[in-house]
Design a protein around this ligand. Structure first.
Ligand SMILES: Nc1nc2c(ncn2[C@@H]2O[C@H](COP(=O)(O)OP(=O)(O)OP(=O)(O)O)[C@@H](O)[C@H]2O)c(=O)[nH]1
Ligand SMILES: [Mg+2]
Length: 321
């Protein structure tokens, strides 16, 4: 099972229906998921509730605008999302517009995924790359799949140690080398090992910073090329890890990495520690990339598949009746 792939949702034709405010019944499991998500988004939610303390049926245009600004959604995107909405806005109207901002989900056939499935984890220092690798490994293991890790951040000795500690804790194999050695060689060996042991997932860490940006770009390009040499088509996914506490400023970082190697999808970390949850709208919309997962804590289980519907509901349920 490859949980990261979701079918692009058909949202284009829903507007008329939703404007008539058809009330959809939520499954109990979904309700539970939403309340878990709103607890994780606690800081963003309480920020929003400070503007609308009582749930309402309709909320004024200006108030909604203020809420979205406060949650760190970019003004340009707010304007785009709210264009043409009436003076008093219903939940259905706003929900539809906000969900539309995440329309970049990929369509992938789950039945024919390559094995091993190779993921390359990219992002600036401290974004949460290593922790997210542990979370992904944990999730795959729990789904009954096998995982191998590659300690491709050879720039810092501590980075190799940190990933090794996680590998021990999660009881998954790891390929590592000495500090300062070639990260491409680590990527190659990780994939080779995954192939020979028939492992389902190979997840490869990378450095977030080198002496210069050019070095970093060259190194990442070389790793990508080497993955393809080890196994044609790899890496199957280049995942960008973004620190959610950075809000919109993370977009510029992501663009730089996207220009270097081309990113397939995003994981936003540390959403538990920020009131800037609204930045997810701008991140996905500006980069035109899907958000696959969100990180909501430091533990191995603190990773959630990202669903635009659930995310928007978790925010709007707090202010609308
Ligand atoms: N609260 C919270 N903390 C997180 C989350 N993800 C990562 N962290 C913390 O953020 C810090 C940095 O995480 P790392 O995984 O080491 O980040 P990195 O990108 O690998 O950093 P470098 O290897 O230094 O480039 C650690 O203290 C993590 O525990 C999250 O979702 N929530
Ligand atoms: Mg790291």
């Amino acid at each position: 099972m490859f949980g990261i792939f979701r079918k692009k949702e058909k949202i284009e034709h829903k507007e008329e229906l939703q404007q008539d405010e058809i009330v959809t019944q939520k499954e109990p499991e979904e309700t539970e998921r939403n309340s878990f998500l709103s607890r994780a988004l606690n800081k963003t939610v309480s920020n929003i509730k400070s503007i609308v303390p009582q749930r309402q049926e309709k909320i004024a245009f200006d108030t909604i605008e203020e809420i979205l600004i406060e949650s760190d959604m970019e003004y340009e995107i707010i304007e785009k999302a709210m264009d043409g909405l009436p003076e008093l806005i219903t939940k259905a109207q706003l929900r539809h517009r906000l969900v539309m901002l995440f329309e970049h989900a990929p369509v992938i056939d789950n039945a024919n995924m390559p094995q091993p499935f190779v993921e390359l984890i990219i992002g600036v220092n401290g974004a949460g790359k290593t922790t997210t690798i542990a979370k992904l490994a944990n999730m795959y293991k729990k789904a009954g799949e096998t995982v191998i890790l590659g300690a491709g951040d050879t720039f810092r000795a501590a980075a190799i140690e940190q990933l090794s500690t996680w590998a021990d804790k999660l009881d998954v194999p790891i390929i590592k080398t000495k500090h300062g050695h070639d990260p491409s060689a680590v990527a190659y060996d990780t994939i080779q090992s995954a192939i020979s042991k028939k492992i389902d997932h190979a997840i490869i860490d990378t450095a977030g910073r080198l002496q210069t940006q050019t070095n970093l770009a060259n190194e990442l390009k070389k790793i990508v090329k080497t993955c393809n040499k080890a196994y044609e088509g790899a890496p199957h996914q280049k995942l960008m890890i973004l620190d959610g506490t950075q809000g919109n400023t993370a977009i510029a970082q992501a663009k730089a990495f996207h220009d270097m190697v081309g990113i397939d999808g995003i994981i936003v970390t540390k959403l538990d520690g920020t009131a800037k949850g609204g930045a997810l709208f701008s991140i996905s919309n500006q980069l035109e990339l899907p958000i696959f997962y969100i990180g909501i804590g430091e533990k191995a289980d603190d990773l959630m598949e990202f669903s635009p519907d659930n995310f928007v509901d978790s925010l709007l349920d707090e202010i609308y009746t």
